[in-house]
Write a protein that binds this ligand. Structure first.
Ligand SMILES: Cc1cc2nc3c(=O)[nH]c(=O)nc-3n(C[C@H](O)[C@H](O)[C@H](O)COP(=O)(O)OP(=O)(O)OC[C@H]3O[C@@H](n4cnc5c(N)ncnc54)[C@H](O)[C@@H]3O)c2cc1C
Length: 401
């Protein structure tokens, strides 16, 4: 560990938690990450260890049996975990987003029902907006929930969802669907349901099938799935917050904290890529000296470290703004975009420094190279971040008169 990614002004509790996570990453994640990733194997032992550390309940308030920590604490833990293996941070991220949405928008009954069990990891969350025909354009969701005409008040969900991270291992999925609220805005005709299911694949609840794992380029170990709803019945009590028509806003709020999380993951990957590069550059010799002594390599290392530090600072700032209770759409968008782009540049530079060995699966950088690409897509692509940032700034800087 070097001097990068240090954070000023942390409380004693935050420092202790981070120290424990750092040790866990060194001892329990890094030694096995690349082997498990290549085998596409679910990191069960690592997940059990994180449960013991309390990571599943890190941000859940103490009254619901969690640790009541801030978004910043969470993001710094994610940064450490992604430095070890990004897939592990993916296992906890959708869980964290669903817990956040429940804390922020759930009814008291929903909070009492789910949050204590989420804190222990007994209930595991996934969240589902995307469909085969849409990802960025969330308002185009086609999956529908209609009131059953039998007068029970239950809804029936039909449609197909795509790209559910933790779609297999979760037993609670926050699903965004269309409902007919008679509103003139498409955004107000969308509802988030809390769908319960069994973990696993196949028919995991009546009328809900999780077909199997999608075969991905990277981000292995954690499963990403489709979800097929065919007449899945769900009670009106499972509408997040109790009232339909709020789903779009609830999901966008969830994605906003998710963006801080992806920024943290990107910084973690970039930091690890830098560490690998600076170590390799001192070992590998060409033309009679370590390659670190060639100025082109030295300058590359300096630029990489500067990018890691900048992205870390942006991520920390955006988390602190949200923790103050303020909206952080612009800052989270900036942090996510910059961290993702820098992560890809830093990983590419580390790959170049490794020469031919970087292309070998024996070297960790090969895995990071594939993981970095996902940072450009998850929780909204860089172009979508630019839309969010640009539109919000235009409002702020609107010409007067
Ligand atoms: C491994 C993985 C895990 C995922 N996990 C989840 C999950 O757990 N839950 C979930 O709901 N989703 C998940 N997703 C989906 C992810 O959020 C979407 O893939 C992402 O938002 C992009 O959507 P899309 O793939 O439909 O691309 P599209 O929206 O089709 O975009 C295609 C291209 O067009 C660009 N584009 C689109 N609209 C515009 C515009 N207006 N202006 C300029 N450019 C534009 C995009 O930037 C992109 O370059 C996951 C995806 C992957 C790959």
């Amino acid at each position: 560990m070097g001097r990068l990614c240090e954070t000023e002004g942390l409380t004693e509790d935050q420092t202790e938690i981070l120290k424990a996570v750092r040790t866990f990453v060194e001892e329990r994640i890094l030694p096995v990450a690349t082997e498990l990733e290549h085998a596409d194997e679910y990191p069960q032992e690592i997940i059990d260890g994180l449960k013991e550390l309390g990571i599943f309940g890190l941000t859940i308030p103490e009254e619901y049996d969690g640790l009541g920590e801030s978004l910043l604490t969470y993001a710094l833990c994610v940064e450490e975990i992604a430095r070890g293996w990004m897939s592990v941070s993916g296992v906890i991220n959708t869980h964290f987003i669903v817990a956040y949405m429940l804390m922020k928008h759930g009814t008291e009954e929903q909070k009492r029902k789910y949050l204590p069990k989420m804190a222990t990891g007994e209930v595991r969350g996934a969240f589902s907006m995307s469909e085969p025909g849409l990802g960025s354009d969330v308002a185009a969701v086609k999956t529908k929930a209609t009131k059953d005409p039998d007068g029970s008040g239950d809804y029936v969900i039909d449609g197909q969802k795509m790209w559910l991270t933790n779609g297999g291992t979760s037993n609670l999925v926050a699903v965004l669907v269309k409902t007919d609220e008679g509103a003139d805005s498409v955004y107000k005709n969308m509802t988030t349901f809390l769908v319960e299911k069994e973990p696993g694949f196949g028919e995991t609840a009546p009328g809900l099938t999780i077909p199997g794992k999608l075969d991905k380029m990277g981000y292995k170990g954690v499963e990403t799935t489709e979800a097929v709803f065919e007449g899945h019945r769900v009670s009106a009590d499972q509408v997040l917050g109790g009232a339909p028509g709020q789903g779009f806003y609830q999901m966008m709020d969830g994605v906003e904290v998710g963006r801080v999380n992806v920024a943290a993951r990107a910084v973690g990957i970039a930091n690890r890529a830098f560490e690998l590069a600076i170590a390799y550059a001192q070992q590998r010799e060409t033309f009679g000296k370590p390659i670190a002594e060639h100025q082109a390599i030295l300058f590359r290392l300096a630029e990489m470290a500067t990018k890691v530090e900048t992205a870390h600072a942006m991520m920390v700032r955006s988390a602190r703004i949200k923790d103050r209770g303020e909206r952080n759409d612009v800052e989270a968008g900036m942090a996510k975009m910059l961290a993702a782009e820098y992560c890809n540049e830093v990983v590419q530079d580390s790959f170049r420094i490794h020469g031919g060995y970087g292309y070998s699966k024996e070297y960790e950088i090969e895995r990071l190279y594939r993981e970095a690409a996902f940072m450009l897509i998850g929780e909204g692509t860089s172009d979508i971040q630019k839309m969010i940032i640009g539109r919000s700034l235009l409002k702020d800087y609107q010409l007067k008169g």
